[in-house]
Design a protein around this ligand. Structure first.
Ligand code: AMP
Length: 228
C-alpha cells in the first residue's frame, strides 16, 4: 500500500466510442461516491428538449458529428462548480477536441476553480482497437427508467428483458448507435479527439488502460490506478 499518496478524484475518461467510458465511469462513480457527467448524455438531454438549440444538437449527434464547443463547455462547467462536486467528479467524453481541452484548461485557471481545488488530476484513456468498437456499440441498450447500461453479448440483464437495477422492462437504444454513425464517430475520434492525448500526456495527467478485456478486468485495472 502506498502511504501519503494523494488519490486522484477529478477524473476525465477518454477513449473511442464503445471503449467502455460510460460503463467504467459508472463503476468508478459508485466506488468513489462521485458524480459522473457524460458529455454525450448532457447533449442527448438537451437534444430531447425540443428547443431550437436542442433540435440543432440532435441533428448533429444523429449524424455522428461533434457539436460546436459552445453547446457543451458551459454545461460541463455548470456541473463541476456545484458544491456537491467539490469533493471530486468524473467526466466522460469531454474534452473531445484540442480546442475544448484548451478552453477547459482556461476554465480550471479561474479563481473559483483554483480556490476549490477543482482542476483535473487524472485523465484515463481506455484503449480499444476499432474492430472491438463496432461489436460493442451494436448491441448496447439502456434501461429507460434508471439509465443502467447493458449489452446483449457482453453485459446482458440477469433476467431477460428486466433491468437488474430497477426491474423496469423498457429499454432504449441510442439513435446514433448504427453502423454508419459509428464509422463516422470513429473517424472523428481518430482525427479530432486523438490529438488531445499528447496534450494530457505532456501535462503528466494521462494514464492508459487496455480496455479490451471483460468489464470487471478493466475496472480492476482502473481500481489500481485510482487507488480505492
Ligand atoms: P457519447 O455518448 O460520448 O458517445 O457522445 C455521443 C455524441 O454526443 C457524440 O457522437 C457527439 O455527437 C456528441 N458529443 C459528446 N461529447 C462531445 C463533446 N465533448 N464535443 C462535441 N460533441 C460531443
Amino acid at each position: 500500500m502506498v502511504e501519503n499518496r494523494v488519490l486522484p478524484r477529478r477524473i476525465v475518461m477518454m477513449g473511442p466510442p464503445g471503449s467502455g467510458k460510460g460503463t467504467q465511469s459508472a463503476i468508478l462513480s459508485e466506488k468513489l461516491g462521485l458524480n459522473t457527467y457524460s458529455a454525450g448524455e448532457l447533449l442527448r438531454e438537451a437534444a430531447a428538449s425540443g428547443t431550437p438549440e436542442g433540435n440543432a444538437i440532435k441533428e448533429i449527434i444523429d449524424k455522428g458529428n461533434l457539436v460546436p464547443a459552445e453547446y457543451i463547455v458551459n454545461r460541463i462547467e455548470a456541473k463541476i462548480i456545484e458544491p456537491e462536486n467539490h469533493k471530486g467528479y468524473i467526466i466522460d467524453g469531454f474534452p473531445r477536441t484540442l480546442d475544448q481541452a484548451k478552453v477547459f484548461e482556461e476554465m480550471q485557471q479561474k479563481p473559483f476553480f483554483q480556490k476549490n481545488n477543482l482542476a483535473v488530476d487524472l485523465v484515463l484513456l481506455l484503449q480499444v482497437p476499432d474492430e472491438y468498437v463496432i461489436d460493442r456499440i451494436i448491441g448496447r441498450s439502456q434501461c429507460a427508467e434508471c439509465g443502467m447500461l447493458y449489452h446483449e453479448k457482453f453485459k446482458p440483464t440477469k433476467v431477460f428483458g428486466v433491468c437488474d437495477n430497477c426491474g423496469c422492462k423498457e429499454f432504449t437504444r441510442r439513435a446514433d448507435d448504427t453502423y454508419e454513425t459509428v464509422v463516422s464517430r470513429l473517424r472523428n475520434y481518430r482525427r479530432v479527439t486523438a490529438p488531445v492525448i499528447p496534450y494530457y500526456e505532456d501535462k503528466g495527467l494521462l494514464v492508459c488502460v487496455d480496455g479490451t478485456g471483460p468489464i470487471d478486468v478493466v475496472s480492476e485495472k482502473i481500481r489500481k490506478i485510482v487507488g480505492y
